[in-house]
Every structure is written in structure tokens, then in C-alpha cells.
Design a protein around this ligand. Structure first.
Ligand code: ADP
Ligand code: MG
Length: 155
């Protein structure tokens, strides 16, 4: 899973599948199908962490899922970013810039919604800890987040 990391990506935030992540307290900003298809096809599905920035805003910690979501039996691949920050408003249509720096676990099926939420909360705690380590923390300051034409633009 680490071979493609760090992975830089930028793209518009689009409407997701309306499966109520926000209602669970864990909104996930979805990338467009075009951006999803620009990812390496052999990048393992699962839960990752890294840094994210909306428009020209501040850089925040994030957790990200890549792949087929078994709990919701998705028919499409998705790349969804939960930014570990409380935003005043939604940001559909804005440009989300992310750098994925580490991998947490493969996708799993959960017996209940509570089990799913608990797992995500554990992922968030793991991401917060890992991102404080120097090798991950340094990516927060990457020029990718500060230069409008920095590195890879995926759409
Ligand atoms: P959808 O199915 O449209 O992706 P979600 O319930 O997953 O709906 O909510 C995602 C939306 O919530 C994002 O597109 C964004 O506009 C908004 N949002 C607000 N706070 C956050 C956050 N901390 N992380 C990600 N998205 C957030
Ligand atoms: Mg979502």
C-alpha cells in the first residue's frame, strides 16, 4: 500500500451517494469519477490518512477511504476524504487538495452501524497520532498546498 505514497491529488468536491455520512458525524468529501479514475489502478483499497486543504484554506489532518465500500455494497469505486476539522459550511464545488501519506487498514464489513462508526473513530485517532510524526508532519508544509499550480492537478 505504501508504494504510491505520498500521493498528491487535487480535484473538485462533488455530491456523493447521499448515504448520510454527515448524519453519522463523519462527512466525507467525494472526488469526481474522473479524479477517482486518475488514481493508480493498483493502489490498494482501504483506509488512509494524510493532509487536506479546501481552496486556499488551512491544511488539516484527514482520513480517506479508497474503494468499494462493503458496508454499503457500493457499485462504484469512491475516494472520500473526511477532514478532521469542523467547517462552518459545506464546500461542494470547491477544490480539495490532498496528500495521502500513510495507510491504516483494508476495507472491512461491519455487522452494525455502531461497529462501523467505532472503527472510523479509531481510524481518526490513529491518523491524528501518525500525522504528528515528523515523516508525515513534514508533508503539511509541502508547496503543493501553497502554490496554485503545484505538482499534479488531476482535472
Ligand atoms: P455526500 O454523499 O454528498 O458526500 P456527505 O454526508 O459525505 O455527503 O457530506 C460530505 C460533504 O460535507 C462534503 O462534500 C463537504 O461539502 C461537507 N463537509 C463539511 N465538513 C466536512 C469535513 N470535515 N470533511 C469532509 N466534508 C465535510
Ligand atoms: Mg461523502
Amino acid at each position: 500500500a505504501m508504494r504510491h505514497l505520498p500521493y498528491f491529488c487535487r480535484g473538485e468536491v462533488v455530491k456523493g451517494f447521499g448515504r448520510g455520512s454527515k448524519e453519522l458525524g463523519i462527512p466525507t468529501a467525494n472526488f469526481s469519477e474522473q479524479v477517482v479514475e486518475s488514481f493508480p489502478s493498483d493502489i490498494p483499497t482501504g483506509i488512509y490518512y494524510g493532509w487536506a486543504c479546501v481552496g486556499n484554506g488551512d491544511v488539516h489532518k484527514m482520513v480517506l477511504s479508497i474503494g468499494w465500500n462493503p458496508f454499503y455494497k457500493n457499485i462504484k469505486k469512491s475516494v472520500e476524504t473526511h477532514i478532521i476539522h469542523t467547517f462552518k459550511e459545506d464546500f461542494y464545488g470547491e477544490i480539495l487538495s490532498i496528500v495521502i501519506t500513510g495507510y491504516i487498514r483494508p476495507e472491512k464489513n461491519f455487522d452494525s452501524l455502531d461497529a462501523l462508526i467505532l472503527a472510523i473513530q479509531e481510524d481518526i485517532e490513529e491518523a491524528k497520532r501518525q500525522l504528528d510524526l515528523p515523516e508525515h508532519l513534514k508533508l503539511k508544509e509541502d508547496n503543493f498546498f501553497h502554490l496554485p499550480e503545484g505538482k499534479i492537478v488531476n482535472n
